[in-house]
Design a protein around this ligand. Structure first.
Ligand SMILES: [Zn+2]
Length: 124
């Protein structure tokens, strides 16, 4: 057992889950077409302007896709965290078994790794 208030984090996770699901739905609703369509629209509305506008639109599109990918990733991590709450392993680093500091969970309720393991994972 840990000293972590799982009820509090369950609420935070469920709230975040709704927000992420909404973000994914919004993202899909806003971008049903292809990238070519979007660039053409920008060119038509900004007639006479130079290429920078097209570049900006393309860049924004790429960022949107990245956000979409991240959102789906976060969604699966939130689900995994909710499962860990059910199993009583929430707040335990899945790699080394150490307790994840509550302040880290406050910032990132679906964190599955302690800061050390996260650093190692990101460092390759
Ligand atoms: Zn760890």
């Amino acid at each position: 057992m840990t000293s972590i208030d799982t009820e509090h984090f369950r609420d935070a996770l469920l709230e975040e889950r709704q927000r992420v699901e909404h973000a994914i739905a919004t993202l899909r609703a806003e971008h049903p077409g292809s990238l070519d369509d979007e660039v053409e629209e920008v060119n038509a509305s900004a007639a006479g302007d130079h290429l920078a506008d097209t570049a900006t639109a393309t860049l924004g599109r790429e960022i949107d896709y990245t956000l979409g990918d991240n959102a789906e990733q976060v969604l699966s991590e939130i689900d995994a965290a909710l499962t860990r709450i059910e199993e009583g392993t929430y707040g335990i680093c899945v790699n080394c078994g150490d307790e994840i500091p509550p302040e880290r969970l406050e910032a990132n309720p679906w964190a599955s790794l302690c800061i050390d393991c996260k650093r190692k994972a990101e460092g390759g």
